[in-house]
Each structure stands twice: as C-alpha cells, then as structure tokens.
Unconditional design. Structure first.
Length: 249
C-alpha cells in the first residue's frame, strides 16, 4: 500500500480499511461509497458530487466545506421501478456547536465509533500519537446505537487518554436523526468527566450514514473555526498525478 498507493474512499465498516492506510502512512478518504451514493436511485446528489470532485480533483489547500441545506436517510430498494426515484429530502438545521470557541487545527482522524471500538486492542486501533492534536471524526452505524452505548465508548476513549489528546471533535448526524439530542447530552457529559468542557465540538456534521455527504481526507491537516462554523483543509489531499488520473475518469 505504501509502495503503490491508491485512492480509497468509503465510510462505516470501511473504517477498518482506513486504519490499514493510516498504518502504511497513506492518506484515504472518509466519504461516499459505491451503492448508497454513486449508484443511488435517481443519481448522485449534487452536494455529494460537488464536494467529491472538489476534494479529489482539485488542490484542496484552503478548501472550505459547504454545509448541506437538506438531508435524507430514507431507504429505497435498488429495483428497476425505483431507478428514477430520488429519496425524500428534508431541511437540515446546519452545524451545531456544542462547546468550545475560537479555532483549532489538526489532522483528520477517525470514522465509525462502533467499528473503532471493535478494533480496540488490535494493531489497527489508532495510537496515542495518532490522536495527538487531531480533529476526531465520529459517527454511528445504521443500527442506531442507544445513547448509553455511545456514552460508554466515549468514556473508554477518555479513560485511554485519547479524548484529552485531540484538538477537536466533529460528530456526524445519526441515521434518521435517532437519538440526535440524546447523543449531544452524553457527548458533553463524558467530556465534563474528563475536564474537557472547553474541547471544541461540532455536531450534525455532513458525514456518516445520512446523505448527501462530504468527502474527508484522513491524515490531512484542517482548521475548525467555531465562530464561523467552518472546516477548512490546510493542505493538498491528492498529488498532481492523482488529480490528473481522476480527471481522465
């Protein structure tokens, strides 16, 4: 993987594969997947396509992520009769700053909370050095875990010292917005337990098990501005040769 790096993109269970890329020192992208996004009934949402093309096909230095105005997690069967149907979208409330102020920078790290929990105790789990000054991305599975499970997993990360190492936390909107408010409560509860009531936290972010979604380059430095509610990439996510190859596709 190190000698022959490829562009790898995915979310959810793909969190485990992203860790292989991290161990190899190769960047990967937490973002859309083949069936749910690119092969979706009615076509790829414009928001997903535009962010994907900007992050994969352009120099991302200084790129500011847009916030979606509407979202969905409706499921439509992949049947011929649904081929031209688009899922129903509803208005999105936008980024929600739970705590913290100012702006922080760090390398993007993370993925699906439950998958990371499965990897704990193995070589695939991020090291303390990986967490150090990172901007941690967390989102939950389509199984919609109860708030007490999210609370326990966050507390375990705190006990390991990893919550105290990061510079900020971005949490994705849960599928169907299940436990949307409850997750906010347990996030802040656990952070207070570890004297991290000032740690910057933004909830309702555009990644994970809802659509449309961002394409996020793991391992790349980014800046989170809580006053402006912006996430800005600080360096290029791809090389010139990779950009050329993607454009030829």
């Amino acid at each position: 993987m190190r000698d022959h790096p490829k562009l790898f993109i995915g979310y959810s269970d793909s969190t485990s594969v992203h860790q292989l890329f991290r161990m190899a020192g190769v960047g990967s992208f937490y973002g859309p997947c083949l069936l749910v996004d690119f092969a979706e009934n009615g076509g790829v949402p414009d928001f997903t396509r535009e962010v994907f093309e900007a992050v994969l096909m352009e120099d991302t230095t200084g790129y500011t992520y847009p916030w979606r105005e509407s979202w969905t997690s409706q499921f439509l069967l992949w049947e011929e009769s649904n081929r031209e149907l688009r899922r129903e979208f509803v208005s999105d409330s936008g980024p929600l700053v739970l705590q913290g102020q100012g702006q922080v920078t760090g390398r993007l790290l993370g993925g699906c909370l439950e998958v990371l929990a499965m990897l704990r105790g193995t070589a695939l789990y991020p090291t303390p050095e990986d967490f150090y000054q990172a901007l941690l991305l967390l989102e939950t599975l389509e199984e919609m875990p109860a708030p007490d499970l999210v609370e326990r997993e966050l507390r375990t990360m705190g006990i390991m010292g990893n919550l105290g190492r990061i510079n900020g936390l971005l949490f994705g909107k849960p599928q169907e917005e299940r436990y949307f408010k409850e997750y906010q409560v347990v996030i802040q509860k656990v952070l207070r337990e570890f004297d991290l009531a000032d740690l910057p936290v933004v909830h309702n972010c555009n990644f994970g098990h809802t659509e449309p979604k961002w394409t996020l380059p793991l391992k790349i430095r980014a800046k989170l501005n809580l006053e402006a509610k912006t996430l800005i990439l600080l360096e290029a996510a791809t090389s010139e040769s990779e950009i050329t190859g993607m454009e030829q596709l």
